[in-house]
Design a protein around this ligand. Structure first.
Ligand code: ATP
Length: 478
C-alpha cells in the first residue's frame, strides 16, 4: 500500500474522464465521488478495470448528461430497474449509481432501497477498505472521505466491516464469502471481531444462491495462495456448509503406529503448488478434487497399511455430482476436471516403476491434448517431505516428459486416429458393423500403443490380416 496525499490522489485521477465527470456533476449541482474497489486499488497499486461513481442524486441523470458532454464516442446504457447507468468511452467503463440507504428483511439479501446521503451509501458497503470515496467536484477534487478508517486498515492489511459485523453479515450473508475472498486475494488478515461474527452467522449462508457462492469460491481458487481462503472458510465453519466433502478429507488415523497423511492439508498444498504454475481455474479445480474420494475409499489392510484403492475412479464419478450441486458448469470444463481426476495416478505409477514406452504411449493416448496439464497436476501432487523421494519422483517425471515428447514426434498418439478405419475393416472382410470389427480395431490400437507396429497404414493392415486369420476370417478379394 502507498500513502497518497490529496495532491497525489489528484494526480492519480489525472485521466480526463474524472475531470469530465466532476464538471458534469457541478453543472447539475450534484455531489459525486469515485468509490469502492477503484479507490482501494489506487492505494494498493493494483490494476482496476471498473470505475464506480456515486452521485448524491440521480445516477442515471448524471450518466446521460455526461454522455451528452462527451458526444459521439460515448455509449450510455441505462438500467432503470437497478437505478444505475453505465458510460463507455474509449477503453473506459464507468458505472453510475445514486447514493442509497438500504434496509434488509431477515429472509432475503435484497434490501429495501431509498435515496440517501454519501454517508448512508458508505454505511451500506461491506468492508472499510471498500467504503473509501474520493470527491470529483471541482472545488473538492481529490478529497478523500474515509469515515471508517479504511486507509488505516489498508495499511494494517485488515478486512473489517464498517458497522457491527453481525448486522453487515446477517443483512447480506454473501459478504461472508466476500470477506474471505478479499482476505485471500489481498493476503489480508480478517479482524478478530469480524471473524467471530463469521462463525456466529455462518448458517445464514443458506439464503444465498449457490451460483453466487460458487462465484466467490472461484475467486478464492484463483487467488495467488488459495489455501489461505480454504483455511479461513474451514475455521469459521462455512466450509462444512458449502463443501462438506473437503472437510471430510481432514484428519489422520493411526493403526499399529501407521498413519496416513491429512488429505485436507495435502490437497491445499497441491492447490497452492499448482497455483504457482497455472491460472487455469479448471486445472486448479482438478487439484482441489484430485483426492476427493479418499475418505470413501479408505481401508486398513493388515499387510499394506492404509489404502485408498480406486479413489481416482470414484473421484471421477463424484465430479459431476459436486459440480451439479454447486452450480458449476456441466460442460466440457467439468469433463476436463473429471478426466484429470481420473488419470491423476497414472504418471505417478509410471514414474514409480521403469518408464516404458508402452506405458507412456497409453498415457498419451488417454490424456490426449490434456497431457501437459495432467503432468502439471502430478508434479504439484508430490508433497513428500522426504527430499530424496521427492527428487526421485521429479526426476522420473522429467523422464516421462522427455519420453512423451519423443514418442509424440514418432507416433503421433496424442490425437490418435486408427490408421485402418472400421469401414475399411468391414470392406476387407465383407463384415457388417459387429463386435468382431470392434475387436480388430482395438487389437490394432493395442499393437500400436505397445510398440508392436508403427502408427502407419500398411503395417497396420498387414497386422490386421494376420489377426483376422487367427479368428478364422479371410479377406473377400484374396
Ligand atoms: P473486485 O472487482 O476485485 O471484485 P470490487 O471491490 O470492485 O472488487 P465489486 O463486487 O465490483 O468488488 O463491488 C464494488 C463495490 O461495491 C465494493 O467495493 C463495495 O463497496 C460494494 N459492494 C459490492 N458488493 C457488496 C455487498 N454485497 N455488500 C456491500 N457492499 C458491496
Amino acid at each position: 500500500m502507498i500513502e497518497l496525499t490529496r495532491e497525489e490522489l489528484k494526480r492519480h485521477l489525472g485521466a480526463p474522464i474524472f475531470g469530465q465527470v466532476g464538471d458534469t456533476a457541478d453543472e447539475l449541482g450534484l455531489e459525486c465521488y469515485v468509490v469502492g474497489g477503484y479507490v482501494r486499488d489506487l492505494f494498493l497499486q493494483r490494476p482496476s478495470q471498473d470505475i464506480d461513481i456515486v452521485v448524491v442524486g440521480s445516477g442515471i441523470a448524471m450518466a446521460e448528461a455526461l454522455g451528452r458532454r462527451l458526444g459521439h464516442g460515448a455509449k450510455v446504457a441505462v438500467f432503470k430497474n437497478f437505478g444505475t447507468a453505465q458510460v463507455k468511452y474509449r477503453d473506459m467503463e464507468v458505472e453510475f449509481v445514486g447514493a442509497r440507504k438500504e434496509s434488509y428483511s431477515r429472509d432475503s439479501r435484497k434490501p429495501i432501497v431509498e435515496d440517501g446521503t454519501l454517508e448512508d451509501d458508505q454505511n451500506r458497503r461491506d468492508f472499510t477498505i471498500n467504503a473509501l470515496a474520493i470527491c470529483l467536484n471541482r472545488t473538492r477534487f481529490g478529497e478523500l472521505v474515509d469515515p471508517f478508517g479504511g486507509v488505516d486498515d489498508l495499511r494494517e492489511r485488515v478486512v473489517r466491516t464498517p458497522l457491527d459485523p453481525d448486522i453487515t453479515f446477517s443483512d447480506d450473508p454473501l459478504r461472508m464469502m466476500r470477506c474471505i475472498r478479499f482476505a485471500t486475494q489481498l493476503n489480508f488478515h480478517i479482524d478478530d471481531e469480524t471473524f467471530e461474527s463469521l462463525c456466529r452467522n455462518r448458517e445464514r449462508i443458506g439464503i444465498i444462491s449457490r451460483e453466487r457462492v460458487a462465484d466467490e469460491l472461484n475467486k478464492i481458487i484463483l487467488a495467488p495462495t488459495p489455501s489461505k481462503g480454504f483455511i479461513d472458510l474451514d475455521r469459521c465453519g462455512l466450509l462444512s456448509l458449502i463443501f462438506p466433502e473437503l472437510v471430510a478429507l481432514q484428519g489422520v488415523e493411526a493403526r499399529n503406529g501407521r498413519k496416513h497423511k491429512d488429505n485436507f492439508y495435502h490437497t491445499l498444498e497441491v492447490l497452492d503448488n499448482i497455483s504457482q504454475r497455472t491460472d487455469n481455474l479448471w486445472l486448479r479445480w482438478a487439484a482441489l478434487l484430485h483426492d476427493i474420494a479418499k475418505p470413501t475409499t479408505k481401508r486398513w489392510e493388515p499387510k499394506a497399511g492404509w489404502t485408498f484403492h480406486n479413489h481416482n475412479f470414484i473421484g471421477e464419478k463424484m465430479v459431476p455430482v459436486l459440480f451439479k450441486r454447486m452450480k458449476l458448469p456441466m460442460n466440457e470444463k467439468m469433463k476436463y476436471v473429471q478426466k484429470l481426476v481420473g488419470l491423476h495416478m497414472r504418471p505417478i505409477a509410471i514414474a514409480d516403476d521403469e518408464v516404458t514406452d508402452s506405458a507412456v504411449r497409453r498415457l498419451l493416448f488417454e490424456a490426449g491434448d490434456d497431457i501437459d496439464d495432467l503432468m502439471t497436476l502430478c508434479e504439484a501432487d508430490i508433497t513428500s517431505k522426504n527430499s530424496e523421494r521427492k527428487q526421485r519422483f521429479l526426476n522420473n517425471f522429467k523422464l516421462v516428459r522427455r519420453k512423451l515428447k519423443d514418442l509424440e514426434e514418432k507416433d503421433r498418439i496424442r490425437n490418435f486416429q486408427p490408421p485402418v478405419s472400421g469401414e475399411e475393416i468391414m470392406e476387407i472382410f465383407g463384415l457388417p458393423p459387429s463386435r468382431e470389427v470392434g475387436a480388430l480395431k482395438s487389437a490394432i490400437k493395442d499393437a500400436i500403443l505397445d510398440g508392436v507396429i508403427p502408427n502407419e497404414h500398411d503395417p497396420a493392415r498387414a497386422y490386421l490380416l494376420e489377426r483376422a486369420k487367427k479368428m478364422g476370417l479371410e479377406p473377400r478379394h484374396g
